[in-house]
Design a protein around this ligand. Sequence first.
Ligand SMILES: Cc1cc2nc3c(=O)[nH]c(=O)nc-3n(C[C@H](O)[C@H](O)[C@H](O)COP(=O)(O)OP(=O)(O)OC[C@H]3O[C@@H](n4cnc5c(N)ncnc54)[C@H](O)[C@@H]3O)c2cc1C
Length: 514
Amino acid sequence: MPDRARDGAVRQTGADGFSCDHFRAPDRTDGAVVRARYRCVTLEDSRAACVPMTDPRLDSLLDTCPGLRLTTEPAELEHYGRDWTRRWTPAPLAIALPSSVEQVQAILRWATAQGVSVVPSGGRTGLSGGAVAANGELVLSLERMNKPLGFDAVDRTLTVQAGMALEAVHNAAREHGLIYPVDFAARGSCSIGGNIATNAGGIRVIRYGNTREWIAGLKVVTANGELLELNKGLIKNSSGYDFRQLLIASEGTLGVIVEATLKLTDPPPASNVMLLALPSFEVLMQVFAAFRERLQLQAFEFFTDRALEHVLAHGAQAPFAEVHPFYVVTEFAAGDEVQEAAAMAAFEACMEQGWVSDGVVSQSDAQAAQLWRLREGITEAVARYKPYKNDVSVRISAMPAFMARTQALIGEAYPQFDVVWFGHIGDGNLHINVLKPDATDDAAFVQQCEHVTKLLAGVLKEFDGSISAEHGIGLVKKGYLDSTRSEAEIALMKAVKRAFDPQGLLNPGKVFDL
Ligand SMILES: Cc1cc2nc3c(=O)[nH]c(=O)nc-3n(C[C@H](O)[C@H](O)[C@H](O)COP(=O)(O)OP(=O)(O)OC[C@H]3O[C@@H](n4cnc5c(N)ncnc54)[C@H](O)[C@@H]3O)c2cc1C
């Protein structure tokens, strides 16, 4: 049932207490400084309990950063100390909510002087544990730095603070008749800073690419409090190493992104959404090729009957009278009769081949939204089962062989579990979610899944694929980084980390251990 949360955000709470912010919390305006009154201690059973206490380090932080909003309220420690993974028990030292770049600089100078680790935090919709604070770190939330800073019509760029929600960025771009095209289901809760720190992908990568393509400039505060202005909105800049690109996908380990200059583009032509029912996994790539050949695709996403079942149980409407094993939702340009005819031709060609068993095309925006809900609702619908997630990618050309291998592996490995597949098939990206049975112990479940991830990582190595397509490495995939990156690459990554953050205070233990 939705309820109004402490901060005014509407929060959906599932039967197990799982919650998700659908709307961003409005910025608090009281400006109050909350003095440290509690600390978290980790008990032997690793469940955090909070006891009143004033940590003198926090007093010194408030002294060096006057006006900083800082809290050690137990509910806040819990709320800000975890992301969507829910595998780790939150135990941060405190939560800092700066309102300016200067405050972020002061916090990081203090952290360096005190030797306190810092976890940069956006909307905490991350699926790899990147924003988890389970070891007495200071959480540095960008939540209050959520404003647009300027639009440049000639450059077609929008400059924003890093805590701005992706959906708010979409709305701000639309006000100027343009779009920011990176998009996915967590748009209402995730922040643009988090998107940049994970190089987020989403449902329109096939047409527009990942977040990386859309960043014209970044302002970043390093561990020692220095402010870097990276690329400054330039299109052409051959002046040596591009640290902007290095910061993208760095998962909070190299610096805190405080502002971003985003490229915008023209809105796409009118589009239609089609849902296709497929008889088997094997025909998926043929259907993709048939549609890509004839249409300008904006999205091409697939999911299984298991995924659909969970979304329907979560309140969505069944699209077909019959159940089919696989589904595709695709969006394509349909601005005129020629494009509409091409869509019909693609559909009919697939029907003739027996690759598609049924289909439905949207006739209105409301119907398009209903069809999209079937795909976009999956992550939320399965969240209550604490799914073990794999988010893997290979080259599109390698997809048929990789999918066959993976399907066989998963079928063999998990006969006892409910496995939900979906993914951005047009980008070579599969999401494999293994749902935890309620009766199975959390740790035993993760252990079984990790065993299979090892096998999957081996397959990915053969295919030159990636253990993380778009969710990042964080804590969840740290142990498998070497399936995707060579020893030499990992050594260089560590050297870069040391150059940016010599004391290893920024998001320690994420991506790799130093
Ligand atoms: C329903 C749902 C659907 C999703 N769909 C997709 C999808 O289609 N594609 C996709 O790519 N992801 C998807 N995700 C995952 C997630 O939304 C993205 O990874 C998103 O980019 C995370 O943004 P965030 O603000 O929530 O980051 P957080 O979870 O807060 O943080 C993620 C990482 O970024 C770091 N970080 C955050 N802010 C900053 C900053 N300002 N400076 C430096 N580091 C920072 C954190 O330390 C952490 O390592 C989905 C998640 C959900 C819940």
